[in-house]
Ligand binder design. Structure first.
Ligand SMILES: [Zn+2]
Length: 276
C-alpha cells in the first residue's frame, strides 16, 4: 500500500489519464488533490465517475485535500461567504465518505495575522464536526502555522479534528516542523510527504532535498498515523525534464523506502498499514 497525490501534473481537468499512470506505477491509493484550492463543487455525477475510474484502475482513496475556498471560504468574515465555504467543505466530506477515504485536509485562515478570523472558523467547525462524525471522515488541518493549529486543537480536543503534516512546509523557514510534529503527533491523521531545499515549497520527490527523513520516520512510527506513506510530490515546480513514468517510479521507490524506515522504527519486518 502506497499513495500519491492525484495532482502530480495538474489539479484541474479530467483526472483519468493521471489515475491510470498512478496505478501503472504500482500505487494502490491516491490522495485526491484536484481542485484543492478552488470553489469547485463536485456533483454526484462527477463523484460517481471518479468512483468508477478508481475501481477500473484498481485504486482506492486514502484521503482528500479539501478546499478552504476562494469566494466560498470557511474562515470568511462575510457570513454568506463563510456559509458557502461550509457547503464547500461539506461537499468534500460527503465525497470522501462516498469514495471510502477517512479524512479531508484543510488549511486554516490566517488567524495569526488577524485574530478576527477565529470566530468564523469556529462557527464553521461547529457546523462541520457533527457531519464529519456522522460521515466517519475526519478533518485534518495542514501545517501552516503550528501556533495557530495548536490553539485550535486546544479549543477542540475533538477526535475528529487532527493534523496533516506536510514535510515540505515543515522543512521551510527555521525548519522547526519536526519538533512541532513531535508535540502534536498524537493527532496525526494525514501526511503530505515531499522534499525541498528548506527555502522554497518545491514539492520534489522524497529524499531529493534537505528533509531529515530518518527523524520524520521515527516520529511517524510513534504517532497516531497508521495509514500508508503518501507523497504530495509534483512535477510542476521541479527540474521538469523527467517523464511522468520516471517521476512516478521515483516517487514509488521513495515511498517504499520510507515505509521500510518507518517499519524499522516500529521493530516490524513488514509494516501492515491500516487498510481503507
Ligand atoms: Zn501539502
Amino acid at each position: 500500500m502506497l499513495s500519491i497525490t492525484t495532482d502530480y501534473v495538474k489539479d484541474t481537468g479530467c483526472p483519468a489519464p493521471f489515475l491510470e499512470k498512478i496505478a501503472a506505477a504500482g500505487f494502490s491509493h491516491v490522495h485526491w488533490c484536484h481542485h484543492w484550492n478552488t470553489d469547485f463543487i463536485y456533483s454526484r455525477h462527477e463523484i460517481k465517475q471518479i468512483k468508477k475510474w478508481l475501481g477500473d484502475f484498481g485504486l482506492k482513496l486514502l484521503d482528500l485535500h479539501a478546499s478552504a475556498g476562494v469566494e466560498k471560504n470557511w474562515g470568511s468574515l462575510a457570513e454568506y461567504e463563510r456559509l458557502s465555504g461550509v457547503e464547500l467543505v461539506l461537499n468534500r466530506l460527503e465525497m470522501s465518505a462516498e469514495l471510502g477515504g477517512d479524512a479531508i485536509v484543510m488549511h486554516l485562515p490566517a488567524m495569526e495575522q488577524n485574530s478576527l478570523h477565529r470566530k468564523p472558523l469556529y462557527k464553521s467547525l461547529d457546523a462541520l464536526l457533527p457531519a464529519a462524525r456522522e460521515l466517519k471522515v475526519n478533518i485534518a488541518v495542514e501545517n501552516g502555522s503550528f501556533e495557530a493549529i495548536e490553539s485550535v486543537f486546544n479549543d477542540y480536543p475533538d477526535p475528529c479534528l487532527g493534523l496533516c503534516y506536510d514535510s515540505g512546509h515543515g522543512n521551510m523557514g527555521a525548519g522547526r516542523g519536526l519538533m512541532d510534529l513531535d508535540r502534536l503527533k498524537s493527532r496525526l491523521m494525514v501526511v503530505h510527504l515531499h522534499d525541498n531545499d528548506g527555502v522554497s515549497d518545491l514539492h520534489r520527490p522524497m529524499f531529493t532535498g534537505t528533509v531529515d527523513w530518518n527523524e520524520l520516520a521515527g516520529i511517524i512510527a510513534g504517532s497516531a498515523y497508521d495509514k500508508c506513506p503518501s507523497t504530495e510530490a509534483n512535477m510542476r515546480r521541479g527540474p521538469g525534464n523527467e517523464t511522468e513514468e520516471a517521476f512516478l517510479s521515483e516517487c514509488f521507490q521513495a515511498c517504499e523506502k520510507f515505509a521500510g524506515m518507518t517499519a524499522a522504527f516500529k521493530g516490524e519486518k513488514n509494516k501492515t498499514w491500516r487498510i481503507l
